[in-house]
Ligand binder design. Structure first.
Ligand SMILES: Nc1nc2c(c(=O)[nH]1)N[C@H]1C(S)=C(S)[C@@H](COP(=O)(O)OP(=O)(O)OC[C@H]3O[C@@H](n4cnc5c(=O)[nH]c(N)nc54)[C@H](O)[C@@H]3O)O[C@H]1N2
Ligand SMILES: Nc1nc2c(c(=O)[nH]1)N[C@H]1C(S)=C(S)[C@@H](COP(=O)(O)OP(=O)(O)OC[C@H]3O[C@@H](n4cnc5c(=O)[nH]c(N)nc54)[C@H](O)[C@@H]3O)O[C@H]1N2
Ligand SMILES: [Mo]
Length: 767
């Protein structure tokens, strides 16, 4: 356990075991157990009445958007409730009846709390009032909202330049809150806006922008009904996007095929028992995956190249495997791609990806005859050194098949946080957009800075080196989500001030700056009123549709303020009267914020009306087959190199993944039901051959060590579990393993930490 001098804080928390139980991995997702577990979590945290009320409002037209993932709602939400097991857990976590108030903080110092597990910390309850942790103190104490704003304004004014402040955003915030936040940060004078996307789908954004001209996906939910093939690559929807299984089920029922590409055979992709159908709960359910390709970690490019090579060979004979008319009309770089593919040996590629050739041939046969293909992906592709190329290779395949911009086909990066995409659309980004700057100048009368800001990895570095001194976070748990936990801890602890606008207590509040503020805010599900009138806000789902979300549950405390109003509070105290934007006025009137979004950002015309009901789609050039902004006005094929991994004999490639009982750094429970792992998070999944090679037995305790740039990082005490995973690969949960991810090891172009391909060695733990 590591500590700091001033406050004796445990950065990593306890490394104790909780009592593992193993079962066979599940053979289907959802069904009755999911309903049971969902209700158990809900009833335990919220009681029966609130659970029933809350769950029936979630994802309904006049209700609130699920605080979990960003999967879109169907046109007709199910009357039985349009939520999944993990949505119910997300709601239970937010709407819990437990409270973290001033008495709690008077009783427990940050030193004590830092020795609690993340699970315990999260389960303490909802934050209820603003709190301050003063330098040299180890107890948070209450502070008034006004004094908190004054303190922030004072510290911001004390900086030598605005670039000494960092403004993080997690993707739960509404469009209104995110827009106002971005506006304030720019008015303050910096583009230092790292956000959770930097650790998430940034690679998708970069790859899709460069190849197709928009950093978002192209499919709509309806496309799954018509798709002939859905490829699910590097994504675990059964756990992380359970409502996606209904879309896959529809695809299957309409005769579609599902191909999964994943080092693990995730139970959620094997068979699905739809809890929203009576027969789904009782009968045997729908089998989902037709072919599973157990690719080695980070060898998707090799696999996708073999598939394309084999398709190209067939096409050379028949000329009807690729969509030549589409390629001719809409794409650039086809000949180069074919030549590039020819330069690789099929045998070599097959060996690299580790997939049986027979299975690859089956996939090739399926793809050869069909052109309505959707490719879905998530973190299994983005969080690698070559994350951007992984996605470009998917785009290559879709372009070859003409599977873009037509019904039943296209790109589907499955987003993480429920409004991460919206936050980006309304201006949360560290890059400079000259068009947005001009637009802000026109609408608000000030010119935003034109210097590139810091993204997540560079913000950590700047804070660690003392170049940034104030850290403000709109949501999230920066310490635990970011890479290199101990380095990030130093970074945060170096800051003069850290501020977290949060709903729940988390480790970032404990591993804090010299002065630290916790500003509690309303959750998604809670009633947000002004002068007795309920307000709503808007969010954008994973498929680019903007719609309303209106909370209805009683807020956790009377002293909670909405995110826009907190931002307005900070901004109005910071600027006093010396700024053209009427911060306070704007922050209280969401309708006015929406009018300003409409005036500043394309595609939001008439948002106040159009966001009603099921909402409206934002413009998407790929859906219109308009590639005019790209070189030669065409979609781009890419020639991607293979990833370079030169693993030594004793080294393994580690992917850090989510269990079924967590939302990022929020730990709902200790079970990973689909993988058959119960009551333990400190585990490492390993191939039996790799275990034998090292003389390891089930439940042996090991440490993982990563060595990068001469620096050794260690994650201690994990139980070995034999599992079906390719040789040379291991898997363990994040955030426990984030300590192993070097802060300076990230993807080319997107700067996303390489959380899915960490080179490690193992040692037997002696404690
Ligand atoms: N319940 C719940 N829902 C969530 C979240 C949560 O934590 N809990 N998190 C939300 C967020 S922010 C996000 S970004 C998404 C994350 O959703 P996912 O991306 O599904 O989450 P991970 O657990 O990171 O899973 C990555 C999957 O990729 C596979 N994988 C890893 N490396 C590779 C590789 O090299 N190649 C291939 N082909 N596969 C690989 C892993 O085996 C795993 O199945 O979910 C969102 N929804
Ligand atoms: N090793 C490894 N690291 C990873 C990943 C990985 O796969 N492996 N995944 C990465 C990914 S994809 C992501 S997106 C990041 C996630 O990074 P973050 O978004 O920073 O982390 P979360 O755990 O989602 O944040 C949880 C906290 O958000 C606050 N919160 C919840 N709801 C609200 C709300 O409505 N408003 C406000 N203001 N606060 C709220 C609560 O206080 C809660 O404690 O982690 C990344 N880190
Ligand atoms: Mo994410």
């Amino acid at each position: 356990m590591s500590t700091i001098k001033k406050r004796n804080i445990s950065v990593l928390g306890p490394e104790t075991f909780t009592g593992i139980r193993l079962q066979e991995p599940a053979e289907y997702a959802a069904g009755l157990p999911a309903v049971k577990v969902a209700l158990q979590h809900a009833f335990k945290e919220m009681g029966v009445v609130k659970s029933v009320n809350g769950l029936f409002q979630m994802n309904q037209k006049d209700g609130f958007d699920c605080p979990g993932c960003a999967w879109p709602d169907p046109k007709k939400p199910s009357k039985l409730g349009e939520y999944c097991e993990n949505g119910a857990k997300a709601l239970a976590e937010e709407a819990t009846n437990k409270r973290v108030n001033k008495d709690f903080f008077a009783k427990h110092s940050v030193e004590e709390l830092s020795n609690w597990s993340d699970y315990q910390i999260g389960k303490s309850g909802r934050l209820t009032e603003p709190m301050v942790l003063k330098p040299d103190s180890i107890y948070y104490e209450p502070i008034s909202w006004e004094n908190a704003y004054e303190l922030i304004a004072e510290r911001l004014h004390q900086l030598d330049t605005p670039d000494q402040a960092v403004f993080y955003t997690s993707g739960r915030s509404s469009n209104e809150a995110a827009f106002l936040y971005g506006l304030f940060v720019r008015a303050f004078g910096t583009n230092n806006m790292p956000d959770c996307s930097n650790m998430c789908h940034e690679s998708s954004g970069v790859a899709l922008s460069e190849t197709l001209g928009i950093g978002k996906g192209s499919v709509k939910l309806e496309d799954f009904d018509q798709a002939e093939i859905v490829m699910v690559i590097g994504q675990n929807p059964g756990t992380n996007h359970p409502r996606m299984l209904s879309a896959l089920q529809k695809c299957k029922q309409n005769g579609g095929k599902i191909i999964s590409i994943n080092p693990l055979e995730e139970a959620g992709l094997i068979r699905f028992k739809n809890p929203q159908e009576v027969k789904g709960v009782l009968a045997s359910g729908t089998s989902l995956t037709d072919i599973h390709l157990q690719v080695k970690i980070n060898q998707d490019v090799s696999l996708l190249k073999v598939i394309q090579k084999k398709l190209a060979a067939l096409d050379a004979e028949t000329k009807d495997v690729f969509d030549h008319q589409f390629i001719e009309t809409y794409t650039n770089g086809y000949e180069e791609l074919i030549k590039h593919l020819e330069s690789y040996s099929e045998k070599e590629l097959i060996k690299l990806c580790g997939v049986e050739e027979g299975l690859i041939d089956e996939v090739v046969q399926l793809l050869a005859k069909r052109d309505k293909v959707i490719i879905c992906w998530a973190m299994g592709l983005t969080q690698h050194k070559n994350g951007v190329n992984n996605i470009k290779e998917c785009v290559n395949l879709l372009l070859l098949k003409g599977s873009i911009g037509k019904p039943g086909a296209g790109t589907c990066p499955v987003r993480g946080h429920s409004n991460v995409q919206g936050d980006r659309t309304v201006g949360i980004m560290h890059h400079v957009s000259p068009a947005l700057n001009e637009s802000i100048k026109k609408t608000f009368g000030f010119m935003p800075p034109d210097k590139e800001g810091l993204d997540t990895v560079h913000a950590i570095e700047a804070m660690n080196q003392g170049k940034a001194k104030v850290f403000i976070a709109l949501g999230g748990n920066f310490l635990s989500a970011a890479s290199d936990t101990e380095y990030t801890a130093e970074a945060l602890q170096n800051c003069e001030l850290t501020v977290n606008i949060s709903t729940k207590l988390n480790r970032t509040h404990l591993v804090a700056g010299k002065t630290s503020l916790i500003l509690p805010t309303l959750g998604r599900s809670e009633l947000d009123q002004k002068d007795g009138k309920p307000r709503f806000f808007t969010v954008e789902n994973s498929m680019g549709k903007v719609h309303r979300s209106k909370g209805m549950l009683k807020p956790a405390s009377d002293n909670l303020i909405s995110e826009p109003e907190i931002i307005g509070g900070i901004a109005s105290v910071y600027f006093k009267d010396g700024h053209p934007v009427q911060w306070k006025l704007l922050s209280e009137n969401y309708e006015l914020i929406r009018e300003k979004i409409e005036a500043t950002i394309k595609g939001f015309e008439d948002i106040n009306t159009r966001s009603k009901g099921s909402g409206f789609y934002l413009p998407n050039n790929v859906r219109d087959l308009d590639f005019s902004k790209l070189p030669k006005g065409k979609a781009q094929f890419s020639c991607c190199d293979l990833p370079k991994h030169t693993l030594k004999e004793d080294e393994l490639l580690l992917m850090t993944i989510r269990s079924h009982d967590q939302f990022n750094t929020t730990i709902y429970g200790l079970d990973d039901r689909y993988r058959g792992i119960y009551n333990e998070r400190r585990i490492v999944l390993m191939n039996v051959k790799d275990m034998n090679k090292r003389n390891l037995k089930k439940f042996d305790v090991i440490n993982m060590i990563s060595l990068y740039d001469g620096k050794e990082r260690k994650a201690s005490r994990f139980l070995v579990i034999p599992y079906s995973i390719p040789q040379g690969n291991i898997a363990a949960y994040f955030p426990e393993t984030n300590v192993l991810v070097p802060y300076n090891h990230y993807a080319d172009k997107s700067n996303t930490p390489i959380s899915k391909s960490i080179i490690v060695t193992l040692e037997v733990s002696l404690v």
